[in-house]
Design a protein around this ligand. Structure first.
Ligand code: S6P
Ligand code: ZN
Length: 193
């Protein structure tokens, strides 16, 4: 038996970034193509192709059962049409793996969807510790004016299943209406299923 040596990674509270990350992943709008409801607004914004979010991986737990992975995600403020910037969203490849999100900065929502289509949206701001139960697909959405930053802690063998959300989207989306975030039915979700 070999034991993993304990360690500490620093999460910089001002920036939301991890010091000495194992990996930085950047997602521009082109990486999310087809996911926003307003395809004309999406095409127009693709000309400047803004950075939508970044993931700072602290540790991947070598994808081993029993280990934990953890990372921070920074979603920048912005919208495509009236729909707020979001992460791609995924189910876990090992679907029964749960996850914990802890908000460090900004404001947004953790949008979840069960395999039978039930939608749940948790409002998050600094201090919120929101739980993603086993089997629920999850996406985060920045509904504020500043970066929305959270720590994610998850079983290292959870993995990612992006396929069904990329194909069908979430049943609900978060849009700005009269200056406020509102959860509405995704006009494209039904036509894609
Ligand atoms: C991993 C966890 C997060 C996301 C990150 C980006 O299980 O849920 O670290 O990977 O927020 O989202 P996405 O949907 O692009 O992986
Ligand atoms: Zn996850």
């Amino acid at each position: 038996m070999t034991y993993t040596t304990p360690f500490t990674k620093w999460l910089e509270l001002d920036s939301g970034k991890v010091k000495d990350p194992a990996l930085i992943q950047q997602r521009h709008l082109s990486d999310l193509k087809g996911l926003f409801a307003d395809s004309e607004a999406e095409a127009a914004l693709l000309e400047t192709n803004p950075l939508v979010y970044e993931v700072y991986l602290a540790y991947d737990g070598e994808a081993q059962e029993g280990q934990l992975g953890y990372s921070t995600t920074l979603i920048y403020p912005g919208k495509v049409g009236n729909e707020y910037f979001f992460t791609k969203g995924h189910y876990h490849a090992k679907a029964d793996r749960a996850e914990l999100y802890y908000c460090l900065k900004g404001e947004g929502y953790l949008l979840m969807q069960s395999p039978d289509g039930e939608v749940n949206a948790q409002s998050m701001s600094a201090g919120a510790g929101s739980y993603v139960p086993p089997y629920w697909g999850h996406r985060t959405v920045n509904t504020g004016q500043e970066p929305f930053v959270f720590l994610a802690v998850y079983p290292a063998d959870a993995g990612y299943d992006y396929g069904s959300i990329a194909d069908k989207g979430f049943a609900s989306i978060l849009v700005e209406k009269e200056g406020k975030a509102e959860l509405v039915t995704n006009p494209n979700a039904a036509s894609r299923s």
